[in-house]
Ligand binder design. Structure first.
Ligand SMILES: [Mn+2]
Length: 284
């Protein structure tokens, strides 16, 4: 759903020439706005021209007419209402409706801030979204120059309420400022959602970490087991080696014993031979 948008700005004397240059396309190269398509500038509509030529002169003229004596150099001498709508509104609507929207908005502003205070009005169609700049002097009904009074917080609230009631509602637009408050809420919701998403991500990461650490401890256990197996095997090998050594010793002992027995046997055989010879001698 598209929103109707109205925004107010304040200007001191020294800012007015720059504002006028933008509104009236007085300088071709804008240092502040690079979105201007000068080929379309011919379509811009100048609805109200400053009566005394320049914005500043027209403001000063109006201030003088109101009988304001003292104007400080830093006083707000002009305000600007910027009227537009969400880009969707302009995409769907034809030129007639768009023109009617800006005209109704201008009537509304003349009524709200005083027709005699309106200095200038321009519809710009050569930037990204169609919009209208309306410049007015902030002179109160009792002829004081007071931006503080005319665009106080409560007055701005009233402006938004009445702009919606008298203008944007008829064009099927939603309330801009409340929209922007909602936008603010949306932002909070969005932030909440983002935080939720982030905390989900964090808990996902934690879960993954836990998984990884359990994988690691499983691997560690596996390695431990493997180490244990290796140690066990080493022990077994050691035992086998011991047994081999034992057998070697036994074999050696046996060999020794065999040698001894052989010797003894030889000795006995010799003895027997001697005894046999003796016996032969004795028998003859
Ligand atoms: Mn503009």
């Amino acid at each position: 759903m598209a929103n109707g948008i109205i925004r107010i700005q304040k200007y001191q004397k020294n800012a007015l020439q720059g504002v006028e240059n933008h509104h009236k396309r007085k300088t071709k190269i804008s240092t502040t706005n690079h979105d201007i398509n000068y080929d379309l500038s011919g379509q811009n509509q100048s609805l109200i021209k400053p009566s005394a030529g320049s914005f500043l002169k027209s403001c000063e003229e109006r201030i003088e007419k109101a009988g304001v004596k003292k104007v400080r150099s830093n006083s707000v001498v002009a305000c600007e209402a910027l009227v537009t709508a969400s880009p969707d509104f302009f995409k769907e609507k034809d030129t007639k409706i768009m023109n009617a929207y800006f005209k109704r908005s201008l009537w509304f502003l003349q009524d709200f801030y005083g027709k005699e205070n309106i200095i200038s009005a321009d519809v710009h169609l050569d930037e990204s979204t169609p919009h209208m700049h309306v410049v007015f002097t902030p002179i109160t009904v009792d002829n004081r120059l007071s931006a503080r009074d005319l665009i106080s917080k409560s007055q701005l609230q009233k402006l938004q309420d009445e702009f919606y009631r008298d203008v944007t509602y008829d064009f099927g637009l939603e309330r801009g400022e409340r929209g922007s408050k909602r936008k603010h809420l949306d932002t909070i919701d969005y932030k909440k959602q983002t935080i939720k998403k982030l905390s989900n991500k964090v808990s996902e990461k934690r879960k993954r970490e836990e998984e990884i650490s359990s994988e690691i401890s499983e691997k560690a256990r596996w390695i431990e087991n493997a180490d244990y197996d290796i140690a066990k095997k080493k022990l077994e090998i050691g035992e086998i080696n011991l047994r081999i050594d034992d057998l070697k010793i036994k074999t050696e002992n046996n060999l020794n014993m065999f040698g001894q027995l052989k010797k003894e046997n030889e000795e006995l055989s010799n003895e027997i031979a001697v005894k046999k010879k003796l016996l032969q001698i004795l028998m003859y």
